[in-house]
Write a protein that binds this ligand. Structure first.
Ligand code: NAP
Length: 247
């Protein structure tokens, strides 16, 4: 599958890493469905960036943790562009706190968006991909899903869950021409990480061998490789994009 004239959905692409992925794929010729939860202003900005660069995109609000919303997202994508070749499950949230203070609602919110959302979106696109016998899915996990992190038991569980989910689905779909991989970012500069105190950011920097915080584009470049024909012999893998942080 060449990227030009293919169709991709990037969940949570109004801002941050998702936006960089949407813009990067659009630049390679992918028609992009820009999904978001509530910030329509940000999603429209992503669409404008893509159009200004000569690409095609449409913004669709949908909460990935809700079956009805996901069904509407897929239906809208197919009505607009006729098929789905690429799914990037990027939407994610944090509700960080130490386990003893973690409320059931903190657990549920993170698992529902970060893990159930991946299940719902993957299942919803897979029907069409199985029929066309082609497709690529990239799930955005985190190095925290590999290493764990104090204060992020809910988030780490969801991100580790994505890795097990991906390997299972990659095995189920491989014979049908569908590849499924994980990208595990390290510390990337976005709204999600912008709220950390400056001292914490400086400590994190000390633990990054390549000596800098990652950019959303660092992640987007790897996602574009994984969805491209150059990666046609790669499935079920987890690729860390973390400046060496987790090794
Ligand atoms: P971000 O800047 O906070 O953006 C999150 C995006 O997800 C927004 O577009 C948001 O939509 C969307 N979203 C949240 N909940 C959603 C839902 N239920 N349904 C649909 N969309 C939803 O986050 P980010 O830093 O770019 O992170 C993107 C992904 O990378 C996440 O999965 C995150 O866990 C992962 N990651 C990030 C880092 C990092 O250092 N930043 C590291 C490792 C992994 P609205 O704009 O409408 O709110």
């Amino acid at each position: 599958m060449m990227l030009k004239d293919s169709v991709g959905i990037v969940t949570g692409s109004g801002r941050g890493i998702g936006r960089a992925i949407a813009v990067n794929l659009a630049t390679a010729g992918v028609k992009v469905v820009v999904n978001y939860a509530g910030r329509s202003d940000k999603a429209e900005e992503t669409v404008e960036l893509i159009r200004a660069a000569g690409g095609e995109a449409v913004a669709v609000q949908a909460d990935v943790s809700q079956q009805a919303d996901v069904d509407r997202l897929i239906k809208t994508a197919i009505e607009k562009y006729g098929k789905i070749d690429i799914l990037v499950n990027n939407a994610g949230i944090t509700r960080d706190t130490l386990l003893l203070r973690m409320k059931e609602a903190d657990w549920d919110a993170v698992l529902e968006t970060n893990l159930k959302g991946v299940f719902l979106c993957t299942k919803a696109v897979s029907k069409g991909m199985l029929k066309q016998r082609s497709g690529v899915i990239v799930n955005i996990s985190s190095i925290v899903g590999l290493s764990g992190n104090p204060g992020q038991a809910n988030y780490a569980a969801a991100k580790a869950g994505i890795i097990g989910f991906t390997k299972s689905v990659a095995k189920e779909f491989a014979s049908r021409g569908i590849r499924v991989n994980v990208v595990a970012p390290g510390y990337i500069s976005t709204d999600m990480t912008g709220t950390l105190p400056e001292g914490t950011q400086a400590d994190i920097l000390k633990g990054i061998p390549l000596g800098r915080i990652g950019s959303p584009e660092d992640v987007a470049n790897v996602v574009r490789f994984l969805v491209s024909p150059e990666a046609s012999y790669i499935t079920g893998q987890t690729l860390s994009v973390d400046g060496g942080m987790e090794m």
